[in-house]
Design a protein around this ligand. Structure first.
Ligand SMILES: [Zn+2]
Length: 544
C-alpha cells in the first residue's frame, strides 16, 4: 500500500511506554502506519506520498489542552469581547472599557472582562467609592462612570467574580433585599446592604441569565477562528468544558468535516440528568468528538478568594465558598458513576480537595464506578496528608501549570506559609497520581510551551524567581510532555488512539523549532511550534 505522508530526518519522541525515539513516521488514512528510520519509511513512499523533511527538528504527539472553555477563548482570541488582562490599574481598565462602550448599540450588553484586581495597586485611600472590600474589588459606581446606559457584565480573570454596573443590576432586579443564592456571594455595602457591583460564583448567574445567548452559527464561526489560533501553537486536542450549545456546535463542525482539533466534551452539572435519561456514557462519540463526562464545581478560585480553605485567607476570616456539601457531591458522584459518566470536579482550595478525596475514597470503598476516569480540575492546593490519599487512589490531577505565573504573588499574600502546598506536581506524581495539563483558556494563554516552561522551571515568563518557586516541585521535561500527550489521552479516555506516536494511532503531531527535551529551562522560551499536523494533514505551517 502507498502511504499518504512521510515525516523524515527528524527526532521523533513518540511518548510510547518504552520511550522510543525514532527518525521518521509514515502516515496513511490519518493514522500512523510506521515509526522508525528514515530509509525504512521512505521505502514505503510512492509517487503520491507527501514527503516532509523535518531537518532534524523535534516531532512530538500534538498537544492536548485538558482544560479549556474554547468558545470563550475563541471570542476573546478574535477580539469579539473585551479583554482586560492587560489592564494594570483600575483606571487603565476603565479607559479600555470606555473605549469599547462607545461602540455598543442601545441595549447591547458589554461583555468579556478577565480583569485582575490582584494586578492593580490599592488606591482605596484616594477613591473610596471605586474599590471595596479589602480595597480590592471594583464597584458599580466606577463602571457606571464609563458605561452609564448599556448593561455591563465583566468577568474577573479567574472567571469566579463578575463586575456589573447599575444597568445590569436593574435588569436582573438585584437590590439590597435580594437573597444571596447558595454557593454564591453578592458583595454588599456593610451599612446599607446595597450590592456594590461584584457577584461571585453562583450569584453571577442572577445577571448572566439575562444576557442573550449567541446563535449556533455565531458559535461555530468563533470556534473556527479559535481552532486556527490553537493549531498554530501545536494544540491538536482539547478537553472542553462548556454548555450544550457548544457541545452541539462541535457536532455540527464535525459533520461538516471542519474540526481541526480532537474534542473531548465535559458538560455542566445541569446536563447530568439529561445525559443519564438519554443513556449517554463517557466515551460516546468518535475520534473527533467524544463525551468525556460531567463537570462539577466544588469551590471558587484563589484570585477571587473564593477557593474553599481549611483555614481562612491570611489576615481575614474568609475561608472561601463551597458550592455543595460533601454528601451532595457524593450523591452526584454516585449517580454519574452508576451511569457510566466520569466526573471532572473543580477543586482549588485545600478544603475542596480534602472533601473531594473523601468522596472519591468513599466511591472506591463502595466499589462504585471502578475504573472510571474521574478527575480533579486544578487540584491547586493541598494539605500534606491529602496528597498521599490522592495518590493512593491513583486519581487524575488535571492541572494548569501556567496559572502558577500569576498565582505566585497571590498565594504568597493570601496563604502565607501555606503557599508551599500550591501546584504539587512532583509530590502528586510521587504519591501515585496521574497528571494531565492544560491552560484553562481563556483564563490563561492556550500556548502549551508556556505551560511546559511553568511546569519545569516554576518561574514566570520573565524567569523570576530565578531559582524557581518551591523548586522541589519542578517536573522534568519528559514528565511535563507526558501530561500534555499520553497523560491527556488517558484522562480523556482515548489512549488507545491518541497520546503517543505508534502504529494505528491518530496522526496528530507538533513540530518544534528546538529540541525541548534537551534544552535548559532558561532557553525554553526560544522554542516555537513550526508545524502542526492533525489527521495526517498539515493544519499549520510557520513556513507557509
Ligand atoms: Zn476552567
Amino acid at each position: 500500500m502507498q502511504i499518504d505522508a512521510a515525516f523524515v530526518h527528524g527526532k521523533v519522541v513518540t511518548m510510547d511506554l518504552r520511550g522510543t525515539v525514532a527518525e521518521a513516521v509514515a502516515v496513511a488514512h490519518g493514522r500512523v502506519l510506521a515509526v522508525g528510520r528514515t530509509d525504512d519509511v521512505l521505502d514505503l513512499a510512492g509517487r503520491q506520498t507527501r514527503i516532509v523533511d523535518l531537518r532534524g527538528r523535534l516531532l512530538l504527539p500534538g498537544f492536548t489542552d485538558c482544560h479549556t472553555h474554547f468558545h470563550s477563548y475563541s471570542l476573546q482570541e478574535s477580539g469579539q469581547v473585551l479583554d482586560l488582562r492587560g489592564a494594570r490599574s483600575l483606571d487603565e481598565a476603565l479607559s479600555m472599557i470606555a473605549h469599547r462602550a462607545e461602540k455598543l448599540s442601545p441595549g447591547e450588553w458589554l461583555q468579556g472582562g478577565r480583569w485582575d484586581k490582584n494586578q492593580w495597586p490599592d488606591d482605596r485611600a484616594t477613591s473610596p467609592k471605586r474599590l471595596r472590600r479589602g480595597g480590592d474589588f471594583p464597584t458599580k459606581e466606577a463602571l457606571d462612570t464609563v458605561v452609564p446606559q448599556n448593561p455591563a457584565f465583566l468577568k474577573s480573570k479567574d472567571g469566579h467574580s463578575a463586575w456589573v454596573n447599575s444597568a445590569a443590576l436593574d435588569i436582573a432586579g438585584i437590590t439590597a433585599e435580594t437573597a444571596t443564592p447558595p454557593g454564591g456571594a453578592i458583595l454588599r455595602d456593610s451599612t446599607t446592604g446595597e450590592p456594590t457591583g461584584v457577584l461571585q460564583e453562583s450569584a453571577s448567574g442572577l445577571v448572566r441569565r439575562h444576557i442573550p445567548e449567541p446563535t449556533l452559527p455565531r458559535i461555530r464561526e468563533a470556534i473556527r477562528d479559535g481552532m486556527r489560533a490553537a493549531n498554530a501553537l501545536g494544540v491538536t486536542g482539547i478537553h472542553n468544558i462548556e454548555g450544550p450549545d457548544v457541545f452541539e456546535a462541535f457536532q455540527l463542525l464535525e459533520s461538516d468535516s471542519e474540526l481541526t482539533l480532537r474534542v473531548v466534551s465535559y458538560v455542566p452539572r445541569a446536563s447530568l440528568d439529561d445525559a443519564v435519561a438519554l443513556g449517554l456514557r463517557s466515551g460516546f462519540g468518535g475520534a473527533w468528538h467524544r463525551l468525556g463526562g460531567v463537570k462539577l464545581m466544588l469551590d471558587g478560585a484563589l484570585g477571587s478568594q473564593t477557593a474553599a480553605m481549611l483555614e481562612p485567607f491570611e489576615g481575614t476570616d474568609n475561608a472561601g465558598l463551597l458550592e455543595m456539601s460533601e454528601d451532595e457531591l457524593y450523591e452526584l458522584a454516585c449517580k454519574a458513576s452508576e451511569n457510566g459518566l466520569n466526573i471532572a470536579v473543580h477543586a482549588i482550595g485545600d478544603r475542596a480537595n480534602h472533601i473531594l478525596v473523601n468522596v472519591l475514597e468513599r466511591l472506591a470503598q463502595n466499589e462504585i464506578g471502578v475504573g472510571a476516569r474521574h478527575r480533579v480540575e486544578h487540584a491547586q492546593h493541598f494539605a500534606a496528608e491529602d496528597v498521599q490519599r490522592f495518590g493512593r487512589l491513583g486519581l487524575i490531577a488535571s492541572m494548569q501549570p501556567v496559572h502558577l505565573c500569576d498565582d505566585i504573588a497571590i498565594a504568597e499574600r493570601r496563604l502565607g506559609g501555606r503557599s508551599a502546598g500550591m501546584f504539587l506536581f512532583r509530590s502528586l506524581l510521587r504519591a501515585g497520581a496521574r497528571l494531565c495539563f492544560g491552560s484553562d483558556a481563556p483564563v490563561e494563554s492556550i500556548d502549551p510551551l508556556a505551560g511546559l516552561h511553568a511546569a519545569v522551571a516554576r518561574q514566570r515568563r520573565d524567569g523570576t524567581p530565578p531559582e524557581g518557586w518551591h523548586p522541589e516541585e519542578r517536573l522534568g521535561m519528559m514528565e511535563a510532555l507526558h501530561a500534555y500527550t499520553a497523560g491527556a489521552a488517558h484522562a480523556g479516555g482515548n489512549e488507545t488512539i491518541a497520546g503517543s506516536i505508534e502504529p494505528g494511532k491518530l496522526a496528530d503531531f507538533a513540530v518544534l523549532s528546538h529540541d525541548v527535551t534537551a534544552l535548559p529551562a532558561d532557553e525554553l522560551r526560544q522554542a516555537r511550534v513550526e508545524m502542526t499536523v492533525v489527521d495526517g494533514e498539515t493544519v499549520y505551517d510557520a513556513a507557509a
